[in-house]
Design a protein around this ligand. Structure first.
Ligand SMILES: *Cc1c(COP(=O)(O)O)cnc(C)c1O
Length: 397
């Protein structure tokens, strides 16, 4: 038995089988936009840890920030100041419509906190009945009961018992249905401006205008889930910033810790003022090592030139993918360096074939192939990736 076979056997015996991983690929090292597997084979990494590794693997500034912090401490708990969270909060607040930041460990946790903060604010301001939260079909907000209840998809909710009460689900981009769902008890609308896991559907400008009007009319809050598309992915600091809207709460995670667990909730002063010491907390949230690293990515995405580069490279990726001729492709969509190709059939087999040919991609919905390169990917790496895609489709699987 070789090393890979031994490892797979142990996994199958001891690990919970909640992930479907390919057995032909065991990554052992990353460098820039590439991953190397246990056999030394090189792959272009257009998954980037599901939009987490926004600066690729082994970025020198990340390694430096991490080792510098590791020589001080990795954790002191939130009983004490850590000297790092205010720096991150400053960048996040100064580049968004928010006033204050809270740090946690993941996207799910950020959304969970957002639901609590929104309900706290509305209940205190307008009474105990104002707790209803509207979310959209096809959305993904996470896997704990609050975030899962905000995720109206059978494949995530099925047979996990009763969901948290007080959620209403509406079709994305359906303004009439949204208006019907609103009432005096509506506390918040929670949404992704570009549905990441769901397959890259963007909110229309008109729809977002309607959301803003209804939130104003009914005194409800807007929660922007920017976990996947925030922090530069679409070529803007936040994906909602191309719309004429100011969310009351913004949630962040995936790229914010560049691979270490970190999430954040940004909010207005009015909401923040309803949260007092002891009302919410976490042992690991705002971990010093993760916060040391976040300065590196925040510094990049707060830089207009860096964002312009993301938009330029995103346009190239979109153009090259749109030019691929294949009768298996139904369409290409996305924003910035979030691009997906919708296939006419299930995408899994093609994703496996792409990996065998040295390109890592990830599914969105059942039929979309997502391309999520690091934000500092080069134009030649983009060209190389699309070449592999084209070759794989034209030469058969
Ligand atoms: C990934 C994701 C989440 C959940 O984040 P975790 O860190 O996996 O808990 C929530 N919302 C969106 C939009 C996501 O893409």
């Amino acid at each position: 038995m070789n090393k890979a076979e031994a490892l797979l056997m142990k996994e199958k015996k001891y690990l919970l089988g909640n992930y479907a991983r390919p057995d032909d690929f065991i990554p052992v090292k990353g460098k820039g936009s590439y991953l190397f597997d246990i056999n030394g084979k090189k792959y272009l990494d257009f998954v980037a840890g599901i939009a987490v590794n926004a600066l690729g693997h082994q970025h020198p500034a990340v390694l430096k920030a991490l080792s510098t912090q590791a020589k001080k401490f990795l954790h002191v708990s939130n009983l004490y100041h850590n000297g790092l969270d205010a720096d991150a909060a400053e960048v996040l607040v100064e580049n968004t419509c928010a006033d204050r930041a809270f740090f946690c460990n993941s996207g799910t946790e950020a959304n969970e906190a957002a639901i609590k903060f929104a309900r706290r604010y509305c209940i205190r301001k307008c009474g105990k009945e104002k707790f209803e939260i509207i979310t959209f079909n096809n959305a993904f907000h996470g896997r704990t009961y609050g975030a899962l209840s905000a995720t109206p998809q059978a494949k995530y909710q099925e047979d996990f018992g009763p969901m948290l009460g007080g959620f209403k689900y509406v079709d994305f981009n359906d303004a009439a249905a949204l208006e019907k769902a609103f009432s005096a008890n509506t506390c918040a609308v929670m949404m992704e401006f570009l549905q990441g896991e769901g397959g890259g559907y963007s909110a229309s400008k008109d729809f977002v205008n309607t959301i803003a009007e209804l939130c104003k009319k009914y005194n409800a809050l807007l929660i922007a889930d920017e976990v996947q598309c925030g922090l530069g992915r679409t070529g803007l600091f936040m994906s909602h910033q191309e719309y004429d809207v100011k969310p009351d709460i913004i949630t962040l995670a995936k790229p914010i810790g560049l691979g270490l667990p970190l999430g954040s909730v940004l909010m207005t002063e009015a909401i923040a003022s309803e949260i007092k010491p002891g009302d919410h907390g976490t042992t690991f949230g705002g971990n010093p090592a993760a916060l040391a690293i976040t300065q590196v990515i925040l510094g990049k995405v707060a830089d207009k030139k860096f964002l312009a580069g993301v938009r330029k490279k995103g346009a190239l990726l979109m153009k090259l993918l749109s030019n691929v001729k294949s009768d298996q492709i139904a369409g290409v969509r996305g924003k910035g360096l979030w691009v997906c190709v919708e296939m006419k059939d299930k995408a899994g087999d093609i994703i496996n074939a792409l990996r065998k040919n040295g390109l890592l991609t990830v599914k969105a919905g059942a039929q979309c192939i997502r391309f999520l390169p690091p934000l500092n990917v080069s134009e030649s790496e983009i060209k190389a990736a699309v070449k592999i895609f084209e070759k794989t489709l034209t030469q058969g699987l």
